[in-house]
Design a binder for this molecule. Structure first.
Ligand code: PHE
Length: 338
């Protein structure tokens, strides 16, 4: 470029036009290299000052200084403008709408039957009982024979019991939690204070009051001097904890092969007697079979249905609600988590 004042002004005007035309910082950077950088016309003009005759240097030096300053001022202003624009764009792109509804994660909860089971376990643990477990796939011997249930007992017919193949293995889905009584007595010497809540099975159709898979809670006490009065007192306490302090229980004579005498437990609730479960004094034959000295020890046992307890306590009229797992039903009981 020839060094004339008009060419310098033209170069500066060109640079300014380019600066103002830059649409973002990226483009502005390219403009800078071309029009302001070392290889730009204005920079080169500045470098060529040295080649000018001395008398011209001051004049051109001054013009170059003025033009470069003009360009730099416009550049700085445009740079600020584009930076503001960029920041605004980033803010817009990364915007978080704090008014959007949050995404709720559901923690889940315990089934009402599990909540009830925990409640019953806590009650008896508080009285010094232990909570026992037994397998749901149980030997026929423990489920029946050891409980003084002879082979021709009606409960052993195909109608009630789920037998498991191969039949020669003599395994059943336990029909009650009473085999855990035997398991406990075989393992542990008296005094024994246990409950066993758990799942049990009988070949029933699912309807409003029956389910082939149901829960029971078994109680067993074996100690010195245990009488039916201890049984009655324990059942009263249990019933009152379940249904309210006003609740009374009554025993009706009944029959179970593993208790003698045996009784059905009813409780009086909201104006009527309701059947709750079976109970009795542990049959000495059962104690004998477990190697317990019946001269020294006696015991009582009881077995209650968990579904029935839940249904009566909460006015549930249909068993389907308990087994189907509809959250609209189960949520009414809370999560059961503490
Ligand atoms: N196991 C009996 C039943 O399922 C209930 C029961 C338990 C009766 C303990 C007496 C003693 O019907």
């Amino acid at each position: 470029m020839s060094l004339t004042s008009s060419s310098l002004v033209a170069a500066a005007d060109l640079a300014i036009a380019a600066i103002q035309g830059a649409k973002d910082l990226e483009e502005l950077k390219a403009v800078r290299i071309e029009h302001i950088g070392d290889r730009s016309d204005l920079a080169k003009a500045n470098q060529s000052l040295a080649t000018l005759p001395k008398e011209d240097r001051a004049e051109f030096g001054k013009i170059i200084g003025v033009e470069r300053a003009r360009v730099n001022t416009v550049y700085a202003a445009r740079e600020v403008e584009l930076e503001i624009e960029r920041d605004r764009r980033i803010l817009e792109e990364e915007r978080v709408d704090v008014t959007l509804p949050g995404r709720r994660t559901s923690l889940g909860g315990l089934h009402p039957l599990t909540i009830l089971t925990n409640e019953i376990s806590d009650l008896f643990l508080g009285m010094g009982y232990q909570v026992e477990e037994g397998p749901e796939l149980e030997s026929e011997w423990l489920n029946f024979d050891a409980l003084n249930m002879p082979v021709d007992h009606p409960a052993r017919t195909m109608q009630d019991t789920f037998f498991v193949e191969p039949l020669t293995a003599r395994l059943v889905l336990r029909t009650h939690t009473s085999p855990v009584q035997v398991r406990t007595m075989l393992r542990q010497a008296p005094p024994i204070y246990i409950i066993c809540p758990g799942r049990t099975y009988r070949a029933d159709e699912l309807d409003a009051t029956h389910t082939p898979v149901f829960g029971q809670v078994e109680g067993l006490v074996v100690d010195r001097g245990i009488t039916m009065a201890d049984l009655k007192g324990t059942l009263d306490h249990f019933a009152q904890a379940m249904f309210g302090p006003e609740v009374k229980t009554r025993l009706r004579p009944s029959f179970f092969p593993f208790t003698e005498p045996s009784a059905e437990v009813d409780f009086f609730f909201q104006g009527r007697w309701i059947e709750w479960g079976g109970c009795g004094m542990v049959n000495p034959k059962v104690l004998h079979a477990a190697g317990i000295d019946t001269q020294e020890f006696s015991g009582f046992a009881f077995g209650m249905g968990l579904e029935r307890t839940l249904m009566v306590r909460h006015g549930i009229s249909d068993m389907h609600d308990i087994v189907e797992g509809d959250l609209r039903f189960t949520r009414q009981f809370g999560t059961g988590l503490v």
